[in-house]
Ligand binder design. Structure first.
Ligand code: AMP
Ligand code: MG
Length: 333
């Protein structure tokens, strides 16, 4: 089992590193002026999102052809009439990254690699998590998780804009986080270098507790986060970071709480926005559940249908926060 999970992590790391190179290239070469393409719901999507997914799924599809796939992008949207010229640009980026010819048909096939949804192992892939952060040239992640039935068993996050050393925020950037179930969580520089084991920081004193939230207010409920901070006297401040980089920051001790309230009663979190990050945080000694303290249920398809938001902390804080949220939400507003 250990060898199998290690082979998942190795494949995910290879794919994420290649995909990250293309994302960095697109960020260097584009000024992102004009309106980026917009998927249904107004979410931005760039050539880098499609190129990243094609690269990842070519790798995973070749190595584990029957595994299930849950991934954000699809070739129908890439090839939609309003995206004139985009598929050709994606094919050129992917071909250059792989060092071989890649046609529009090739990248479309890789992006849509179906896998077998009935397989025990399913890959949850977000080719660019935090596209809004990517467009702002702030934080984003290439996220690759593997689910064993309903539970994450392997996870990799490539974070091209995250400082390697938290103590040196202006130093070299680009971090690769990885974890396999039961084997701990690690980070190493994306550009290569030694891997080191990471661990959450346990803070017994609420005055030092830092809370992670989205940069995009519309992705959550910033007011609820502020109420929680006040209720428990959490004095470390609210740290706003895009994407699953939040899980990496928590896992290496850069904050103690990640709270993601639902942005509306009908919102359901997407599996690929959490699978990789949750495992990395758990393997670093963290704890994860939904806002009611219920276990995250990754079994229900593309969305966490049965969970209300997501809460990830270092362990001892967890029940205190679930209780505080219950008090806040049951108080008359
Ligand atoms: P973050 O940067 O943590 O806010 O997470 C980015 C992710 O937020 C994207 O990958 C989207 O899947 C997700 N997202 C987009 N719209 C919403 C929304 N209205 N509510 C919650 N999450 C959203
Ligand atoms: Mg995402």
């Amino acid at each position: 089992m250990r060898d199998l999970l290690a082979s998942f992590v190795a494949a995910a790391e290879r794919a994420a590193c290649r995909a990250a190179t293309v994302c960095q290239q697109v960020q260097r070469e584009s000024d992102f002026t004009g309106t980026p393409q917009s998927k249904a719901g107004g979410e931005p999507v760039t050539v880098a999102d499609y190129a990243s997914q094609a690269i990842i799924l070519r790798e995973i599809g070749a190595e584990f052809p029957n595994h299930g796939i849950l991934a954000e992008e699809n070739a129908a949207h890439l090839n939609a009439p309003e995206n004139r010229g985009v598929p050709e640009r994606v094919a050129a980026l992917v071909g250059a990254a792989l060092g071989e010819r890649a046609s529009v048909a090739d990248v479309s096939r890789w992006i849509d690699h179906p896998g077998d949804p009935a397989e025990r192992y399913r890959w949850a892939i977000d080719p660019i998590d935090g596209t809004k952060g990517f467009l702002r040239r702030e934080q984003y992640a290439i996220a690759i998780g593997v689910l064993d039935g309903g539970e994450p068993c392997a996870g990799v996050l490539a974070c091209p804009n995250l400082p390697v050393d938290p103590a040196d925020p202006n130093g070299p950037r680009g971090v690769l986080f990885s974890a396999a179930r039961g084997a701990g969580a690690f980070q190493r520089p994306l550009a290569g270098g030694p891997s080191r084991r990471i661990a959450v920081r346990a803070s017994a004193d609420p005055a030092g507790v830092r809370v992670l939230g989205s940069v995009e207010a519309s992705h959550g409920d910033p007011r609820l986060i502020d109420l929680l901070v006040r209720e428990l006297g959490l004095g470390g401040g609210v740290v706003r970071v895009d994407s699953q980089v939040k899980y990496g920051v928590l896992a290496r001790g850069g904050a103690e709480v990640y709270l993601r309230p639902r942005s509306s009663p009908t919102w359901r979190d997407l599996v690929w926005d959490h699978a990789a990050g949750v495992l990395i945080a758990l393997e670093a000694g963290g704890r994860a559940s939904d806002m009611d303290g219920a276990p995250l249920d990754f079994r229900a398809g593309r969305k966490l249908e049965h969970n209300r938001g997501v809460l990830c902390t270092h362990g001892p804080l967890h029940p205190l926060i679930v209780d505080a949220l219950r008090r806040i939400e049951s108080a008359p507003r």
